[in-house]
Design a protein around this ligand. Structure first.
Ligand SMILES: [Zn+2]
Length: 137
């Protein structure tokens, strides 16, 4: 099943945004990247509209793909701190159930990596994100 309706918006369960897929087309089961947070999503149609299921949910690959895609979309770069921060994210998942920012004490949706302040432009303003995972290129 596919549709060509350009008004279709896909819901991202990580950052709670709705976005129009790049080519304006959606096919059930296809994989798209959320342009806001970098999450890779398998497209599904539900009674409420189109949604994205987190690909490889909670796996090591999921967060590696997400931060890589987010950096690619924004033009950010990593440095030698990356592996330590990824380890911190994996540890947060093991202890608190999702990929929360390793440098914050609150385990809430808005601090899932990439956290809301980072999505809102902290790297442009400050040169880096709170943790030092993403850096201005
Ligand atoms: Zn998202």
């Amino acid at each position: 099943m596919s549709e060509n309706n350009p008004r279709i918006r896909i819901f991202c369960p990580v950052c709670s945004s709705r976005f129009i897929p790049e080519d304006g087309k959606v096919q059930e089961g296809s994989v798209v990247t959320c342009p806001v947070c970098g999450q890779m999503l398998e497209v599904e149609k539900t009674d409420d509209g189109w949604t994205g299921e987190r690909r490889d949910r909670l796996s090591d690959e999921e967060i590696r793909d997400r931060v890589g895609e987010f950096a690619r979309i924004r033009g950010y770069v990593f440095n030698e701190m990356k592996s330590e921060i990824i380890d911190g994210l994996l540890s947060k998942r093991d202890r608190f159930g999702d990929f929360y920012c390793p440098c914050r004490l609150e385990h809430v949706t808005e601090y899932q990596c990439p956290c809301k302040p980072t999505r809102a432009g902290d790297v442009e303003r400050l040169g880096r994100c709170h943790c030092g995972l993403f850096w201005k290129g």
